[in-house]
Design a protein around this ligand. Structure first.
Ligand code: G3P
Ligand code: MG
Length: 236
């Protein structure tokens, strides 16, 4: 991944404008001009990697149950909002088609081999570069496993808590970046991460005053449901 420069990252596509993690949401993010689209990946019952945030389909579709209990065909029958379907990882990559970089967030253990295989397929057969990908997860050991399989692709360790205490550990795993919530950001944290030659990305920042605050601290990227607000704040 091209980790240089500031990245405007569309969270779950541009989910302030279209149903999250759907092709419509990714198309909207690209139309707005994001540098990168972020989405969440899990495996369904028949083995395909699908793009969905929750482990259950209940919140974002008209169905009920765990993703892992659905075949791909049954998942595709669900309405993911405004008539959209739950897409597969391949469908999202085909739609994005290098119009933006992609941040694949690994939402469960045991899928890093499959994620690496699909990235490799797009690099070797579809003209993508390893630099077009960022692989992230709250499951830090999965990132270490991914890095062993595919060291050329950048990784980012996500934190639900203050990352300060965990930076030493994730550095030892060889991650390239850290992702944290705006509630834990500080100038000191940004400096600590940068001193380790890593990048820091902030999620999920939607309020214009918070976007300005994050920018003032020198973070390397901002995830937003409304990425046009981040673009406006940096005059793009
Ligand atoms: O990667 C940033 C963000 O997507 C992490 O949180 O819960 O929205 O996947 P979540
Ligand atoms: Mg995510």
């Amino acid at each position: 991944m091209e980790l240089n420069g500031f990245s405007v990252i569309g969270h779950r596509g541009a989910c302030g404008y279209a149903p999250e993690n759907t092709l419509a949401s990714f198309a909207k993010a690209i139309e707005l001009g994001v540098d990168m689209v972020e989405f969440d990946v899990q495996r369904c019952k028949t083995g395909e990697l699908v793009v969905l945030h929750d482990t259950k389909v209940n919140r974002t579709t008209n169905g009920k149950g765990s993703v892992g209990d659905f075949t791909l065909a049954d998942l595709q029958k669900l309405d993911a909002g405004k008539g959209e379907q739950i897409p597969t990882l391949r469908e999202v990559l085909d739609l994005v088609d290098r119009e933006a970089r992609v941040n694949i967030e690994i939402k469960q253990e045991g899928i890093v081999d499959d994620v690496a295989a699909i990235i490799k397929e797009y690099v070797t057969r579809h003209g993508w570069s390893e630099k077009d990908f960022l692989v992230s997860s709250f499951w830090h050991r999965e990132l270490a496993a991914f890095k062993k399989i595919y060291p050329g692709v950048a990784t980012s360790a996500l934190f639900v808590c203050d990352p300060a205490g965990g930076i030493e550990f994730v550095s030892s795993l060889g991650v390239d970046a850290v992702g944290c919530s705006i509630e834990f950001i500080s100038k000191e944290l940004v400096q600590d991460v940068h001193a380790r030659d890593k990048k820091i990305f902030l999620f999920t920042v939607n309020a214009p005053d918070e976007i300005r605050y994050a920018l003032s601290l020198g973070v390397d990227g901002i995830f937003s449901d409304f990425p046009d607000r981040v673009l406006a704040a940096i005059n793009r």
